[in-house]
Design a protein around this ligand. Structure first.
Ligand code: SF4
Length: 122
């Protein structure tokens, strides 16, 4: 898989072997917007306000998905520790869908390489 403007490609089949490194490790923000909160709420059977209360943290006017302690660091609260994957995969926010094609990694490829076994510079 390639994307315009990026000098690397990504093989999503590698996700099966990886163990979810992009959802675990160091703490970070996992931004989710109002429309994504609504869709996630419909899937989980909760009103958006309850989704915010249970699963999200507010930073100024934005929401980020909460994290939980995992191994020696952190994991997204929706990371399935048994299956090592995302428990809301079809409903995950844009930030997760667009990984590993983030602007940040255009100039930080080494960092991405440590996090994702599915990337290869082309
Ligand atoms: S929402 Fe899913 S894909 Fe995104 S960080 Fe959490 S577990 Fe990973």
């Amino acid at each position: 898989m390639k994307q315009d403007g990026f000098d690397y490609e990504f093989d999503p089949k590698k996700c099966d072997e990886c163990g979810g490194k992009c959802c675990t490790g160091e703490s970070g923000y996992i931004w989710i917007d109002e429309s994504e909160i609504k869709i996630l709420g419909e899937y989980l059977g909760y009103k958006p306000e309850l989704i915010k209360e249970i699963f999200l943290e507010k930073f100024d006017n934005r929401y980020s998905i909460k994290e939980k302690p995992y191994q020696k660091g952190w994991a997204c609260i929706f990371f399935d520790e048994k299956n090592k994957n995302c428990s809301i995969y079809e409903y995950r926010p844009k930030q997760c869908r667009s990984f590993p094609f983030w602007e940040h990694f255009k100039t930080n490829y080494k960092e991405l390489e440590m996090e994702c076994i599915g990337v290869k510079q082309s």
